[in-house]
Design a protein around this ligand. Sequence first.
Ligand code: HEC
Length: 116
Amino acid sequence: MKRIGRSLLSGVMFLLLGTGAAAPGPALADGGEGKKIYEAHCLSCHGVRGDGKGPRSRELSPPPPDFSDPAFWENRTDSFLFHVVQNGLGSMPGWSETLSPGSIEDVLSYLRTFRR
Ligand code: HEC
């Protein structure tokens, strides 16, 4: 029993930490690249202001979250967000085949600029 518990735990830890820790490239870019990536791939759903009101957002249930709301950022770790962007969530597709880990870091830096 103990062994199963431990391997389960390390699996979860890998899921939460592994992807984020493995990301190469500049840890915190200024968001210059991130902005371009956001405009090309994310804006249509997440909106110009990151408030979840992009042109395609009305088709989506649940709708995209509001990145300008400080509450959004309070209970989400960097590695969790990295994992979500790589693998997708609900009606959002995963981006691991489109964006390199470094590009995902960049776009996440840009997302943080929406926070009020
Ligand atoms: C097809 C529309 C669509 C596109 C394009 C899209 N998203 Fe999303 N995104 C969503 C929806 C819908 C949700 C909410 C999913 C849910 O809660 O079930 C979401 C949620 C998120 C979340 C929050 C996850 C959480 O913890 O609740 C992040 C971060 C995110 N998207 C980042 C991105 C980034 C970065 C891009 C561009 C690379 C992107 N999204 C492109 C629709 C989209």
